[in-house]
Design a protein around this ligand. Structure first.
Ligand code: ATP
Ligand code: MG
Length: 541
């Protein structure tokens, strides 16, 4: 059977507990504080008696403490808890966790019974943990912002831009920049040095009035170009000068110069219709866009220069070839018509004299007629080599067949010629190009190949004129021969290539030592090609 607990035992329990205990009167003053409770606050238990308990509470926790007291009074019989800071004797603040029971109505107690413990260390640990969490959070936010920027930069300047034309690239660059920087308008302007002004090259969200050329002394865009550094204009309305049409549409503006090798070549800007605070980060992003735009523009300019140079060179080549063809035709005609006729007349005269001649000079006259005959043959050959009349009169097929036969006889190989059906006759310039390529290829075979058999094919297929020449000769290293030709070693291969390129065609040469050579030329039969020479079917008088 259990014995009732004595007062002394109760006192011992209270005095040796880890928690503090206090009794609070209805007016809020301390009636009793247990020695452990007084120790927690570094106070003497006796001196605490009679003090209003709320006097010890931190000012920032007072309202919470008052709410707690109110709840206690309104709901007797419950044991709510709260955490507040209470002042230690040494002036420092300690976090207490207080649990209280309202026993004011209990006639045997008549007080609020509070039980409290020091939770300062736990609170500090919680606080440090909270700070660490906040730091981690901030770091994660910063990392996410940086990643977002990176994604924005990648979105703006991705490789896809490289496949667009200059204007498409600039438009795309601008539209992406406007989206990323949440602008209402954006533009890229290029510097016209001579006129000391900037002209709009790509525009988004601006009406035409706002896109007139901007003088360099303009206070907004002109200033960015002149200073050569990115600028933020927080409120264009505050500026006295500056393009009024632009100010009507844009309130805040962010701009950066386009720089090529340190020189300003233009400006890019983004603007908003209402006031906006652009950040330094936005400025850096726009400068990246400006750098990319400058590169795109510089590449396009260089490309244009190269293309213009190439076009000039091709025009020159074309004119040279035209002049050469005209000259050859003139010489061929002269040889045939003038010198040929003169030699024929001389021959006829000699033959006339021969009949009545003294036998003493008959031998020398025979010899003279033979010399004139050989000269006539040479003149004819020369004339045909320069420009075979059948190319103009009978067309490419006849001219090629005749030329192959002639070379076959000359070099002693077997020539085989195959021509496919031709729906229409190719343009004169194309026939000339094709004949000249074949002429050089056959001359090379005669000079270098030691071939026994040569096959030549001419066809029309897929809107192209296709010429195929194959020999079974010694073959050669095409790459090495091309290299020598480029270095000035020879002209034939380069000449073929040039003729084909000028006709917008393709040439493929396959050869290897001991395996013969194959040349395949394809020339497009496009009627819209600019004529290299006027078609002439008849000999000019
Ligand atoms: N069908 C071929 N068979 C063997 N070698 C060839 C043939 N065609 C070209 N070659 C080789 O390629 C070289 C370059 O040819 P290319 O026509 O450019 O120059 P070339 O005939 O020597 O001189 P040219 O400038 O008078 O034409 C030739 O020197 C020859 O060695
Ligand atoms: Mg040659």
């Amino acid at each position: 059977m259990s014995r009732p607990v004595t007062d002394k035992q109760f006192r011992a329990l209270i005095e040796n507990s880890g928690d503090g205990l206090a009794l609070i009167a209805a007016d809020g003053s301390i009636l009793y504080a247990s020695p452990p409770g007084a120790r927690i606050l570094g106070r003497d238990a006796i001196t605490s008696i009679g003090r209003p308990a709320l006097d010890l509470v931190h000012a920032q926790d007072l309202s919470r403490a008052c709410t707690f007291c109110q709840r206690l009074r309104q709901t007797p019989g419950t044991s709510p808890s709260c955490q507040v800071r209470v002042q230690h004797q040494d002036g420092s603040w300690r976090w207490l966790e207080i649990t209280a029971s309202n026993l004011l109505d209990d006639p045997g107690v008549g007080a609020i019974v509070t039980n409290f413990r020091d939770i300062s260390e736990r609170k500090q640990a919680e606080e440090e943990h909270g700070q660490a969490l906040a730091r981690t959070h901030a770091a994660r936010n910063a990392a996410e912002t940086a990643a977002e920027r990176l994604r924005a930069i990648q979105t703006i300047t991705d490789a896809a831009l490289g496949y667009l034309t200059l204007d498409e690239s600039l438009r795309e660059l601008l539209s992406r920049t406007r989206i990323v920087l949440a602008g209402d308008a954006a533009a890229i302007l290029l510097l016209q040095e001579e006129q000391r002004q900037l002209t709009f090259r790509a525009v988004q969200g601006l009406d035409t009035a706002a896109t007139n050329a901007v003088p360099l002394d303009d206070d907004i865009v002109g200033r960015i170009a002149k200073e050569g550094k990115p600028l933020i204009f927080e409120d264009l309305a505050e500026l006295e000068r500056g393009n009024p049409a632009l100010k009507q549409r844009i309130r805040s503006l962010l701009g950066a110069p386009l720089l090529a090798e340190g020189d300003v070549i233009g400006v890019v800007f983004v603007g908003t219709a209402s006031l906006c605070r652009f950040s330094e980060e936005d400025l850096r992003l726009l400068q990246l866009v400006a750098d990319r735009a400058a590169t795109v523009i510089e590449h396009a300019r260089l490309f244009d220069q190269v293309r213009a140079g190439r076009e000039r060179a091709q025009n020159l080549s074309q004119q040279l070839l035209e002049a050469q063809e005209a000259e050859r035709r003139r010489l061929a005609r002269e040889l045939h018509d003038e010198i040929g006729q003169a030699l024929t007349a001389v021959k006829l005269n000699l033959q006339g004299v021969q009949r009545a001649a003294d036998p003493a000079i008959a031998g020398r006259l025979d010899e003279s007629v033979a010399i004139v005959d050989r000269a006539l043959q040479q003149v004819r050959n020369l004339s045909l080599d320069l420009r075979p009349s059948m190319l103009d009169d009978l067309g490419l097929v006849s001219a090629l067949r005749w030329y192959l036969d002639k070379q076959a006889q000359r070099a002693g190989f077997v020539g085989e010629f195959v021509a496919g059906p031709m729906a229409i006759r190719a343009p004169a310039n194309l026939e000339t190009a094709c004949f000249r390529v074949a002429q050089e290829a056959l001359t090379n075979i005669v000079r270098h190949a030691k071939a026994k058999h040569v096959r030549m094919e001419l066809r029309e297929a897929g809107g192209e004129l296709s010429l195929f020449i194959r020999d079974d000769g010694v073959g050669f290293d095409v790459a090495a021969a091309r290299q020598r030709a480029v270095g000035g070693g020879s002209l034939g291969l380069l000449g073929m290539q040039e003729r084909v390129v000028l006709s917008r065609g393709r040439i493929d040469i396959q050869s290897a030592a001991g395996r013969g050579t194959e040349i395949h030329v394809r020339l497009p039969l496009v009627p819209t090609l600019p004529p290299l020479e006027r078609r002439s079917r008849r000999r000019e008088p």
